[in-house]
Write a protein that binds this ligand. Structure first.
Ligand SMILES: C[S@@+](CC[C@H](N)C(=O)[O-])C[C@H]1O[C@@H](n2cnc3c(N)ncnc32)[C@H](O)[C@@H]1O
Length: 150
């Protein structure tokens, strides 16, 4: 029984750490282009340093006419299990588009900042960022899906 519990736990953890492919994001998001114009997008289960959601929206920021892009990530809970992330701190980035007119996302336009807490999407500081957002786009942890939607 205990063995079975561990297997279920591992299966859930693995599903929670499934990373979305850029091609899947492109295929899905193309249907909503018209809705993104002038909007603030939040990706709140996304380490901006590795997330393809953040990559997609930052690379297409001008093309989609976005107002602001925010990504927050959860502090890594289980670095050695399935996670691709190595962050021991929860971080966020607010990207407001190309500043120097070269139509590229430059490093100096991306300032990674540390969150005070663990980056849980339910935490007060993440809810404050949620309030700034018009649209939330991410692939959340499956085990918390109901809470996430709520
Ligand atoms: C299914 S993965 C998807 C990651 C990323 N959104 C993507 O699509 O590539 C879910 C992510 O949610 C993060 N996560 C788990 N619990 C969280 C929580 N309470 N608050 C915020 N993020 C959480 C996990 O660390 C994991 O990176």
């Amino acid at each position: 029984m205990a063995k079975n519990d561990n297997l279920h736990k591992a299966k859930r953890a693995k599903a929670d750490e499934f990373y979305t492919q850029l091609s899947d994001i492109e295929n899905e998001c193309q249907h909503y282009w018209e809705h993104f114009k002038g909007k603030t997008i939040l990706c709140n289960c996304d380490d901006p340093r590795v997330s393809n959601f953040f990559r997609y929206f930052s690379l297409n920021f001008e093309h989609l006419g976005l107002k602001k892009l925010i990504a927050t990530c959860y502090k890594n809970q289980d670095i050695d299990l399935f996670s691709q992330e190595s962050s021991e701190k929860a971080v966020y980035i607010i990207y407001e588009g190309d500043k120097n007119g070269n139509r590229q996302v430059d490093d100096n336009e991306l300032e990674v900042k540390e969150l005070q807490g663990d980056g849980d999407f339910r935490s007060k500081e993440c809810i404050e960022l949620l309030k700034e957002a018009d649209i939330v786009v991410t692939n959340p942890p499956f085990s918390l899906f109901r809470e996430y939607v709520a």
